[in-house]
Design a protein around this ligand. Structure first.
Ligand SMILES: [Zn+2]
Length: 154
């Protein structure tokens, strides 16, 4: 693990934490410049597949989820760490249900649920983009139902 500050390759682990059972975080210090930074280890999830609405299957890609969340939040005052936390939460929820395979619809639902709690405008923005193929009454139901109750149906 190279130092992000000076690229030195000699770093020392100061502290190891496991914030959840899927993650190991280490606080490190560079022996060359003294810079302190954190690293996180997570299992590589290459075995997870995503079922697409059209019937195809693709590899699970955290970046895609992060990008769509970030896109929905673009006008909000949110920071990268917050987006990361939100994406972690979405993925943990999805994988708790089925650790092998998720559908694009389920991803969309979880992203919506997380955004709704986080930023109302981002929620509406995401909904308008990702439910573009759904009919209008469905769209209206999602907006109205979503704002008024915190139920489990999206
Ligand atoms: Zn360094």
């Amino acid at each position: 693990m190279r130092c992000p500050q000076c690229s030195g390759s000699d770093t020392r682990v100061l502290d190891t934490r496991t914030p959840d059972e899927r993650t190991v975080k280490r606080r490190r210090q560079c022996a060359t410049c003294g810079f302190r930074f954190s690293t996180a280890e997570r299992p590589v999830r290459e075995e997870i597949f995503v079922r697409k609405r059209c019937g195809g299957v693709e590899e699970f890609d955290r970046q895609k989820i992060a990008a769509s969340v970030q896109c929905a939040l673009k006008k909000g005052p949110c920071r990268k760490a917050e987006v990361d936390a939100l994406v972690d939460e979405i993925i943990a929820k999805l994988l708790a249900e089925n650790p092998k395979c998720v559908s694009t619809d389920r991803i969309g639902d979880e992203v919506l649920r997380a955004l709704r709690r986080f930023d109302e405008m981002a929620y509406v923005r995401y909904l308008s983009v990702h439910r573009a193929f759904a009919n209008l009454s469905d769209f209206r139901e999602n907006i109205l139902g979503g704002v008024e109750n915190d139920g489990d149906t999206v």
